[in-house]
Design a protein around this ligand. Structure first.
Ligand code: 3HC
Length: 333
């Protein structure tokens, strides 16, 4: 099939060969357009426009980085969890996030980028990861607020990505979303227990919700008018909804769930707009968002430094694994 045979055209070709190559590319593009129109899937060996490949690589690698940097705020609380049960649950959750990173790095590798390069870019501070993980986790209640709000926002954003047009990404998202659902419930349950505890525990839960609410809303990305990538990503069936649409949907979910918790959201402007059929909220501080993206958030430097250290500490594991693989290859030869 044309889509599978035309990844690149060699430079020095006769006019006839060039013409036939151009025809193959045109056929491959037509095949790709048909796949998009049918809302079907593109697989790694299929031909794809270079811009589509780059967009996917950008989004999937950023997503992978977010998962592994996202381990840090919670790993910080494993040794201080209030009971053995809470410790075991939190450890499992943090391990899940590492697993999500691995599925996503693997999906990104199918687009022709090595994991080493992606990791080098992250460590050098050249790659993006989600703004949310540059905020500090100050109390145990933050484990609840991160699970409920941050993982809740992640699910809201990622369930539609299960239908992303690129096969490896969509399939990875199915498993990620199942695990994120468990993460959100455990966060909700931590907050529920604190909210029904002593007045101090309830105040701690409310304080955590107050601090994580706005940054969670910013996870969905800039407002639609300031989102340079959304339109094309939606045309390519990667994103299914705009940043503002998902943010509004998330606010609607949270405004109901917070009542069950007996807490409040720090936003007195939440209302359902009957005409527009969407939830509205108070304006967010997009300057703060831009500062965080520029590396000047409360924990950016700390997060990257920790990742560098972890990468250095893991050097011996990578060396041992390479030596083992070389030995296996030698024995098989
Ligand atoms: N944090 C950091 N950067 C962000 C961002 C955020 N919250 N939101 C947007 N950006 C960046 C974009 O990456 C883009 O930068 P780039 O052009 O240099 O790549 C720029 O801001 C403009 O934003 P756009 O809206 O045009 O970008 P996208 O169309 O890519 O939309 C997105 C942004 C909605 C985050 C989309 O990329 C997406 O859905 N990504 C997949 C999900 C994801 O990465 N989630 C991160 C959280 S992971 C997580 O939550 C783990 C869990 O354990 C909690």
């Amino acid at each position: 099939m044309a889509m599978q045979n035309v990844q690149s055209v060699p430079a020095e070709l006769s006019p006839e060969a060039l013409e036939s190559a151009a025809q193959l590319v045109a056929e491959a593009q037509a095949d790709f357009d048909r796949v998009m129109a049918e809302d079907s899937r593109v697989e790694p060996r299929d031909w794809m426009p270079e811009a589509y490949r780059k967009t996917l690589l950008r989004q999937i690698s950023q997503h992978a980085h977010s998962e592994i940097i996202g381990m840090q705020p919670e790993a910080n609380w494993i040794s201080r969890a209030p009971s053995l049960k809470r410790k075991a649950i939190l450890m499992a959750k943090v391990q899940d996030e590492a697993g999500h990173g691995l599925y996503l790095y693997s999906a990104a590798e199918t687009l022709g980028q090595t994991r080493d390069k992606m990791m080098a870019d992250l460590i050098a501070g050249k790659a993006r990861y989600s703004s949310i993980f540059n905020y500090p986790a100050l109390t145990w209640a933050d484990m609840g607020a991160i699970g409920w709000l941050v993982d809740g926002a992640a699910i809201c954003n990622q369930v539609p990505l299960c239908r992303a047009s690129y096969g490896p990404y969509g399939r990875a998202m199915v498993r990620v979303c199942k695990e994120e659902s468990f993460h959100q419930r455990q966060g909700f349950e931590i907050l529920l227990e604190l909210a029904n505890g002593t007045p101090e525990q309830k105040a701690m839960a409310q304080d955590a919700v107050d601090r994580w609410y706005a940054p969670s809303l910013m996870m969905f990305g800039p407002p639609d008018d300031d989102s340079p990538n959304s339109k094309q990503s939606m045309a390519w069936n990667i994103k299914r909804f705009s940043n503002d649409e998902l943010r509004s949907r998330f606010v609607g979910m949270m405004v109901e769930q917070v009542k069950v918790l007996g807490l409040t959201l720090p936003d007195d402007q939440i209302r359902f707009n009957e005409d527009a059929k969407k939830w509205e909220h108070s304006p967010l501080d997009w300057n703060e968002f831009q500062e965080v993206l520029a590396g000047r958030g409360p924990c950016n430097a700390q997060r990257l430094e920790r990742r560098r250290q972890a990468h250095d500490d893991g050097a011996w594991v990578r060396e041992a694994a390479s030596a083992y693989a070389a030995k296996q290859k030698e024995q098989a030869a």
